[in-house]
Design a protein around this ligand. Structure first.
Ligand SMILES: NC(=O)CCC(=O)C(=O)O
Length: 262
């Protein structure tokens, strides 16, 4: 089975959900004739890192976001890995990803497990503690958020449980672009999975962001890469390739988890 993928590399308007939603609508309309199977948005795409105003602008239980992306999924008949948003809960605000299928059903949600202190997340956000596994078209997938890619053991938990595609949504700064590319390629090679990584472009008051959204195959080959500007990156992935690579070098069968204690 093949999937057409589209990453929306947005220049997120700082603290302005209304403007960001308009941008998302425009980009879906731009994609209308391409009929993508999966559309991916970046991290905190509705608010950006306007952390000091999150109490005011975060989405109460993610309700508005879920309604919006369900409508988009139904209208454009596409699965959506809806980046992440600031979700207001009774226990604080989380950095939460929603996944909706092409029928508009929310199939999963994942809250960022590793909070990134360099961007003050630990001061404003609560960490999640659940896996990011989900299934689309009977394909086992995982979704993680930005800093999570620095934790290979966290990604491995997902692929050891069967994930064949890893979706990464991010606001990754330009200052560490080389880490972004290297870490994503390493996660693809060591897990023999597709890595589909959607970063933001542009800047906010504290950072210039890298763009360079990437689609990487299970052999580590880069099949699509954006530049640093806002735009849409598309690629077609062949899901057979995961099984082929895993058969050629059977790392999941060869693992020795009984020895891997830290
Ligand atoms: N938004 C993030 O989690 C950024 C992570 C990052 O920049 C890193 O270097 O890690």
């Amino acid at each position: 089975m093949e999937w057409k993928i589209a990453c929306l590399q947005l220049d997120i308007a700082f603290g302005n959900p209304t403007e960001n939603k308009q941008q998302v609508h425009k980009q879906f309309e731009q994609l209308r004739d391409e009929h993508p199977d999966v559309v991916i948005l970046p991290e905190l795409w509705s608010t950006g890192y306007d952390l000091t105003r999150l109490e005011e602008i975060a989405d109460e239980n993610g309700e508005k976001t879920k309604t919006l992306i369900s409508q988009l999924a139904r209208t454009y008949h596409t699965h959506i890995v809806a980046g992440s948003i600031a979700k207001k809960t009774n226990n604080g605000i989380t950095n939460t990803m929603y996944i909706v299928n092409r029928h508009g059903e929310v199939v999963s949600e994942y809250s960022k497990v590793h909070l990134f202190q360099l961007m003050d997340e630990h001061l404003y956000l609560q960490a999640g503690d659940q896996l990011g596994l989900f299934t689309l078209d009977e394909t086992s997938c995982a979704g993680v958020i930005c800093y999570d890619i620095r934790f290979p053991e966290w990604i491995r938990v997902h692929t050891a449980k069967g994930a064949e595609i890893l979706f990464v949504v991010a606001e990754w700064p330009l200052a560490r672009l080389s880490h972004w590319r290297t870490l994503l390629q390493a996660r693809a090679i060591e897990n023999q999975c597709y890595v589909i990584a959607c970063n933001r472009a542009g800047s906010d008051p504290n950072n210039v962001f890298a763009g360079h959204s990437l689609v990487i195959d299970p052999w580590g080959g880069i099949i699509a890469e954006a530049d640093e500007h806002p735009g849409i990156v598309t690629a077609t992935i062949d899901l057979k390739k995961v099984k082929e690579v895993r058969k050629k070098i059977p790392i999941f069968a060869d693992r020795r988890p009984d020895l891997y204690h830290t």
